[in-house]
Design a protein around this ligand. Structure first.
Ligand SMILES: Nc1ncnc2c1ncn2[C@@H]1O[C@H](COP(=O)(O)OP(=O)(O)OP(=O)(O)O)[C@@H](O)[C@H]1O
Ligand SMILES: [Mg+2]
Length: 343
């Protein structure tokens, strides 16, 4: 299908357009962009939208914007929720990379979650094209994660990868450069943050910002008991009185808040194991399961999955960048790309 494809050029790019973070890998250079997927949009008095900041700068504004400016997370559960904002963000990021060097429009390899609709895939292609790309190849995210984790995906043996992202968890069994079985659930790190917000509201009448909740998850959150009780002071607004207040949360409470999301992830892995063909299941018993994505960094996520499945569980090196490194590596491997690209 891609037989006419010639090698990629120096300005070509691999893009992981994630729910929480967007990363860009440039051929020959490695990861050149790593920014939160957030866009700040200003509206003038005529109601015309104009992007005023993207990435880290825009994320700082979440929950803190004055009237007239809106900080948007334009991706939801791994798919585009706000087409205009996504393509404006990508255009800005690509322009920043290419500067005024007068480079030709890049060819790009972009990831999409497995199990999204044709319409959702087409939206990604169009958003990246509108942002200035000359050509867009799509690769499924767990395939990219497996490559980034250095799994031997081209061999006739079963490799299981679990990518726990911000908006989605994807489980896939890969053999002979193809996805044999995949399961995708719409939960990930952001659901965990929401669960912490809900917990604080219910238990302490405290309204927390989503960035504070994310900090709590990273600092004292865990998927199963770690053996030490940790505490963290958090500040927010009292639901009843409306005044600012602070509360001390402990790691048992946070684990409790995360438990529903964590169970959904464990269940997705279990279902995938049950549906894996026996020969490949036997391979997974030997090789184990590899975790990628930011959710792999939740304390004891690996420990819990090991306990629940009885299989070896490893965290990929640099799990949050596994996907972009995986597709980035195909910028040098046209043959492989032609095997794994999807339409
Ligand atoms: N140390 C950590 N502990 C727990 N969670 C973490 C840690 N570091 C990052 N995360 C979480 O990982 C998530 C982001 O992961 P990642 O960048 O892999 O997602 P994404 O690729 O943007 O999303 P998706 O693949 O679902 O579209 C966020 O929810 C973030 O809070
Ligand atoms: Mg991801």
């Amino acid at each position: 299908m891609f037989g006419w494809l010639t090698g990629f050029l120096a300005n070509d790019l691999a893009i992981d357009l994630g729910t929480s973070n967007t990363r860009i890998f440039a051929k020959g250079q490695g990861i050149v962009t790593n920014e939160p997927t957030v866009v700040a949009v200003a509206r003038d008095h005529m109601g015309t939208r104009k992007v005023s900041a993207v990435g880290r700068e825009a994320k700082e504004m979440l929950g803190r914007t004055p009237t007239g400016i809106e900080a948007i997370r334009p991706m939801r559960n791994g798919v585009i929720a706000d087409f205009e904002s996504v393509s404006a963000m990508l255009r800005l990021l690509i322009r920043t990379l290419h500067g005024n060097r007068g480079l030709s429009a890049p060819r790009t390899i972009v990831c999409v979650p497995v199990g999204v609709t044709e319409v959702e895939k087409r939206a990604v292609k169009e958003a990246v094209s509108t942002a200035g790309a000359r050509e867009v190849f799509l690769v499924e995210e767990p395939m990219a994660a497996a490559m980034g984790a250095d799994l031997p995906i081209t061999e006739p043996s079963g490799n299981m990868v679990v990518d726990i992202g911000g908006g989605r968890t994807e489980v896939a069994v890969i053999s002979l450069s193809g996805i044999v079985f995949a399961n995708s659930v719409r939960v990930g790190g952001e659901k965990m943050d929401e669960a912490i917000v809900q917990y604080a509201k219910r238990r302490y009448n405290l309204l927390l910002g989503e960035q504070t909740a994310e900090e709590v998850k990273k600092r004292i959150g865990a998927a199963s008991p770690t053996g030490t009780l940790e505490e963290m002071e958090v500040k927010g607004r009292d639901v009843v009185g409306g005044v600012p207040k602070s509360v001390v949360l402990n790691s048992d409470e946070v684990r409790d808040a995360l438990s529903e999301t964590v169970s959904t992830i464990v269940e997705a892995v279990r279902i995938s194991l049950e549906r894996t063909p026996p020969e490949l299941a036997a391979d997974i018993v030997d090789r184990g399961i590899v975790l990628a994505g930011g959710g792999a960094l939740v304390k004891n996520m690996d420990v819990l999955l090991r306990e629940e499945t009885g299989l070896p569980v490893m965290i990929a090196h640099d799990p949050m960048n596994a996907v972009v490194r995986g597709i980035g590596s195909t910028l040098d491997k046209m043959d492989l790309l032609s095997e794994i690209a999807v339409v």
